[in-house]
Design a protein around this ligand. Sequence first.
Ligand code: M6R
Length: 627
Amino acid sequence: MCGIVGYIGTQSATDILVSGLERLEYRGYDSAGVATVEEGQINCVKAKGKLSNLRQKLEHTISQAQIGIGHTRWATHGKPEEHNAHPHLSSEMSVAVVQNGIIENYLEIKEELIAKGIEFRSETDTEVVPNLIAHFLTSSNSLLEAVQKTIARLEGAFALAIVSAEHPYELLVVRQQPPLVLGFGQGEFFCASDMTAILPYTRTILNLENGEIARLTPLGVEIYNFTGDRLSRFPRTLDWNPIQVEKQGFRHYMLKEIYEQPAVVRNCLDNYINLNWHAQDNPDYSPINLGLSPNLTDNLEHVQILACGTSWHAALIGKYLLEQVAGIPTTVDYASEFRYSPKPIIPHTLTIGVTQSGETADTIAALESERARRADLEPRLQAKLLGITNRSESTISQIVDRIIDTHAGIEIGVAATKTFTAQVMSFYFLSLDLAYRRQTISHSRIEEIIEGLRHIPSQIETILDTQADYIEELAHDFATETEDFIFIGRGINFPIALEGALKLKEISYIHAEAYPAGEMKHGPIALLDNKVPVVAVAMPGSVYEKVISNAQEAKARDARLIGVTTAMNAIEAAHTFNDVLTVPEVDELISPVLSVIPLQMLSYHIAAIKGLDVDQPRNLAKSVTVE
Ligand code: M6R
């Protein structure tokens, strides 16, 4: 959501802050600003809208400042206007603060400060923070002390970066829930809400933990807890390559990420399939190498999965696999709902949080509450938590017992594509691992599924090679007048209908709904006419005929029918569908990883033809770190 960058060192702070904010654009924002400290003064420049507006304003300023903070804001308290943009300054302009999160008790503090004669310039919750710090500075020996006194007054979840005109060689950073990472360079130090902002400058990083304050000076970094005790923490070096964050010739990140999927799947296979496994081998040697301890996997009676958005769709495929392959009853809940209506406790439950970013506030809170409510119960009822994430360094890894890293590489497009595919791959690995341990399917079936998984990269390449032009051409038909779409699917491909509809809504702003194909006649079929195209995911297998007949019912209501199916069914498909998006022949169990690809491409091309901001759709953020 909002993005924070901070810098102290020897280079131009403004340049580094703006370039860091550019790298945070993908998170979504509606205004931006920077504040630097120079010659005992804070200079603050803010602009509504895109970063180009901020850059334009900065062209008229000359700054040699070597310390500063920057922010991209996604409005929560107060409209997306310049006066609500961060940084916020204390009333007499001596302290500047940027914040991610929400200060829940800001109204009470604001009233107190107003009574003391402080004037406020914005409607935000954040503005109380610089004013409190300025107030406490008058009775403190250091900026650190004033910040400690301030955060003792704050309630909520917040990440802060702070500079002060009176302390021009200090940048203070506070974490209470939303993520913050510190970067270590040669005589220069950085902070950011997301490491992508600072990757071009350093790969030596340290994740600040909840309840920590960092004091960055030109000489180094000191870490304290909220009560002022100095902590000993050590940075680590990432093996990330900054090039991964470039568009590499593609028009949009989303398109690049769609095309990266064969490589992502190969990477997943390399990481998690034991090459030397054969069906006759030692029974204790699993074909899958997830490193899960028996404590997590033994005697499982139930799996519950918590997730949001696209991750929730991957979880639905996970449920199908865990039930059909590993034979374990599985439930899937929206993390945002589970938080407030937890399910009755079932013994021997494995709880899985699925989150690309590892930072989604609802998912993190749901996992934390699950851990807490089971904490004092007898061992068979206690929480076993597993995380599936693309950011192994993120908050989720501090909460769960074990992570499955989806290894998709950084995803910049707000609409998830390659990370969805990688999450689904993780569920194949997990269900095969559990199936092997529980002996729910034969070794030869395991071998067959693994063989099928090995073909996925080249099969996705085939779809990208053979369908791209056709799908782009088809997209023109829907880019101008179509206002509604319906997606249908069944069984393991119903989540793909959901995902296809979500992709279209997110980036093309076309209203789209998805239904299990058999549900159409129970209501939604009333929506159909010749203005509402229907996309049917009709992959050969147990429910193929059913989907085809549901699609025929839609056609009989004049809907334009677009089918996703395999080449082998070309003749029947041509008979049924007005347009056919073809994927290679595939085992039904594996089909979602192929059927999703044409739907990602269709949404992408519709949005691109409409000239929309594909990578940063309106109102959306890449990681939703507030409730
Ligand atoms: O980082 P997470 O996987 O927890 O994010 C969950 C959703 O916010 C996310 O999947 C969202 O729906 C995407 N924009 C989908 O494209």
